[in-house]
Write a protein that binds this ligand. Structure first.
Ligand SMILES: [Zn+2]
Length: 102
């Protein structure tokens, strides 16, 4: 993609929003150093923001040498999460993602 300001080549850059820590991809002009997002990138970010709006606050507790995250009852019920269920926890920048195993 060409820079809309100066017409030079752009490169892709990973950035994160200061407040929420949401990461997103943007175009970055190597010449005038202008940064901008296209519609697809904006759409991706909007989707992430929406899922964050549906997020619930929870508290981390100590569990032996580990830490445990309380899963809100509503999510547990909706997703049929029960004690003993196995999940995968992956790291995405400043976020943790819990993936349910079937
Ligand atoms: Zn430029």
């Amino acid at each position: 993609m060409k820079c809309p300001k100066c017409g030079s080549e752009t490169s892709l850059k990973k950035e994160a929003l200061q407040k929420s820590g949401l990461d997103y991809e943007s175009h970055y002009c190597t010449k005038c150093r202008e940064g901008f997002v296209d519609m697809k990138q904006l759409d991706e970010l909007a989707k992430k923001e929406k899922s964050l709006r549906d997020a619930k606050k929870t508290k981390i507790s100590r569990w032996g040498n580990s830490l445990a995250v309380r899963i809100p009852k509503e999510f547990a019920t909706e997703l049929k999460i029960t004690p003993g269920k196995h999940v995968l926890v992956s790291r995405e920048n400043k976020a943790l993602k819990i993936i349910l195993q079937s």
